[in-house]
Design a protein around this ligand. Structure first.
Ligand code: VG1
Ligand code: CO
Length: 542
């Protein structure tokens, strides 16, 4: 029986960079998840009888919210829901399933790289029929609806069995519990030369993949160990846990320290990688050689044609604004366009749909292509492996060759976490107010050429997104970028992105911290980070 439950708006349901993310205790309030799901449905048109894909990264609350979504989808008139077995779907696998099944859209339950567990984070994101995150015009409609909602519809029915693959009905709706891994693994096999990678592994090439106790475990075991023949144990932390084993499932040098230490040890494997909570990010570390995500994007773009799925070449490359310009030089050499978008994967969808870009990436360890409409951690690892199999060189040799060809974009991101929100807002406001007076001034970073607040006009629909980050550009091409995170759930996080380009005839072998030291001082100088935050050092450097 369909129940109409009266409710009142929550005023804090505005989706951020990637969906709605909140502490579990907020999500677990009566009506909270229901309000948001109904607001999503109310913002959509024409889904009656259509298919909805549902799955998540297995974190705490995943199963409970899936049951709510199933009952609400049935009550609101969806014809069918496809749900991953056990409630599991990595974000890229959900994107693929939406596309492959011709679904109307999907709900991805994840707070991605944020920690999980009863005292940590949960999240819900709506993806549209192209498989990608809802664009701003949809999220804007959702926000508005969350502020006026008065009731939601839910079926009064027992919970569904999520663990048995097969078909059942819920009210008038069909529920298909599907294998979360198989179709995704098949897609990967269609893009990459698995035989060549398998032969390389059989020949003694060693790898380590850290799933960080998050969603990629079953995907990585199937792909790396079963289909590609890597020995059992290649996948570390391969069982998804609701609290990720108390770790922060963010594949960076701080949180993936176990992998990093292994890759820097004397007996390190040839290749190491990690993914995040929901499987869309990737960390790449060669033997004794960390690859920054911005460099990884550039190397993948430069070499993608070596993999069967990209043999025809690239139509274009897209990167988020704070991502380094390393990919720009590759695009220039390939003679393809380079698009610079705001932070967040939702801005790549239109470019991919229009066939304007083939490969996209972000400095935050996200890389992907037009095979789905999300960034894709395992995809990036497989493309690296395919390139390594064809070139027969080490990661370190490939990086050295890349810099010798294109020059090197020294790059780092400094995060200042858990700042009081008013302090962070004040810092950004002061920076914005100083923009006009900065050009022409000189500090330790050099002479400032221009300073602005990044705005983006989508070339496919002309929609404009403003206030996407403050950029300070120096005359020698160096940059410092400031923006506030839109994925956190506690206070504010200031992200400071530092970049310095050194041409092929310059010093390509500096330590990143040394190369960037003048810019780090310049960032402090223009933004008074210590003054506003009281922090002398960033919380995390990636
Ligand atoms: C961060 C990253 C951004 C990424 C987003 C979602 O956003 O900087 O590049 O797209 O997370 O990634 P923010 O607003 O905190 O800087 V995930 O893997 O958390 O979905
Ligand atoms: Co993620």
């Amino acid at each position: 029986m369909i129940q109409t439950v009266s409710t009142q708006p929550f005023t804090d349901q505005k989706p951020g960079t990637s969906g709605l993310r909140k502490k579990v205790r907020i999500f677990a309030q009566p009506h909270y998840a229901e309000n948001f799901v109904q607001s999503v449905f109310d913002s959509l048109d024409g889904f009656a009888g259509q298919t909805l894909v549902v799955g998540g990264d297995g974190r705490y609350l995943n199963r409970e919210v899936i049951q709510i979504v199933l009952k609400m989808a049935a009550a609101n008139g969806f014809g069918r829901v496809l749900v991953g077995q056990g409630g599991i779907l990595s974000t890229p696998a959900a994107s693929h399933l939406i596309r492959a099944s011709g679904a109307f859209g999907g709900l991805v339950l994840s707070a991605s790289h944020n920690p999980g567990g009863p005292d940590e984070d949960f999240g819900i994101k709506y993806n549209i029929g192209n498989g990608g995150p809802a664009p701003e015009k949809v999220t804007d409609a959702i926000i508005e609806r969350t502020l006026s909602i008065e009731s939601y519809k839910i079926l009064d029915a027992p919970d569904m069995d999520l663990d048995t693959i097969g078909t059942a009905t819920l009210g008038g709706m069909t529920v298909d519990v599907v294998d979360p891994v198989a179709a995704y693994a098949d897609l990967m096999e269609s893009l990459f030369d698995f035989a060549a990678i398998r032969a390389k592994i059989a020949g003694g090439f060693t790898l380590a993949f850290d799933s960080m106790s998050a969603v990629t475990g079953p995907y990585a075991v199937e792909i790396f160990e079963k289909r590609l023949g890597a020995p059992q144990g290649t996948v570390m932390n391969g069982t998804p846990l609701p609290d990720f084993g108390h770790h922060h499932p963010d594949p960076n040098l701080v949180h993936a320290k176990q992998l990093y230490d292994r890759m820097m040890a004397p007996d390190a494997p040839d290749f190491g990688a990690a993914s995040d909570g929901d499987g869309d990010r990737n960390l790449i570390i060669g033997r004794h050689c960390y690859v920054t995500p911005s460099d990884s994007l550039a190397v993948l773009a430069a070499n993608a044609h070596l993999a069967p799925g990209y043999a025809a070449g690239l139509k274009g490359i897209a990167r988020s604004m704070p991502t380094s310009g390393a990919a720009d030089r590759v695009a220039e050499k390939l003679g393809v366009p380079l698009y610079e978008t705001p932070t967040g994967w939702k801005f790549f969808g239109n470019l991919l749909d229009a066939g304007m870009a083939t490969i996209c990436g972000e400095e935050s360890a996200g890389t992907g292509s037009d095979h789905v409409r999300e960034k894709d951690g395992i995809w990036a690892v497989l493309l690296w492996l395919n390139i390594l199999a064809v070139r027969g060189e080490s990661v370190a040799a490939i990086m050295a060759d890349h810099w010798a060809t294109y020059g090197r974009n020294y790059y780092a991101r400094h995060d200042y976490e858990a700042i009081a929100k008013d302090k962070a807002d004040a810092l950004m406001a002061a920076l914005r107010a100083s923009l006009d007076s900065l050009p022409g001034t000189t500090n330790s970073g050099g002479t400032i050429k221009s300073a602005d607040d990044f705005a983006y006009t989508d070339p496919t629909d002309q929609s404009v997104s403003r206030n996407q980050g403050v950029r300070i550009l120096f005359t020698d091409g160096s940059r410092v970028v400031f923006r506030l995170s839109g994925t956190g759930t506690e206070g504010a996080t200031l992200r400071v992105y530092l970049e310095r380009y050194v041409d092929t005839d310059g010093d390509l072998g500096m330590a990143t911290g040394d190369a960037l030291a003048p810019l780090i001082a310049a960032a402090q100088d223009v933004a008074d980070i210590a003054g506003y935050t009281g922090m002398d050092e960033p919380s995390v450097i990636t």
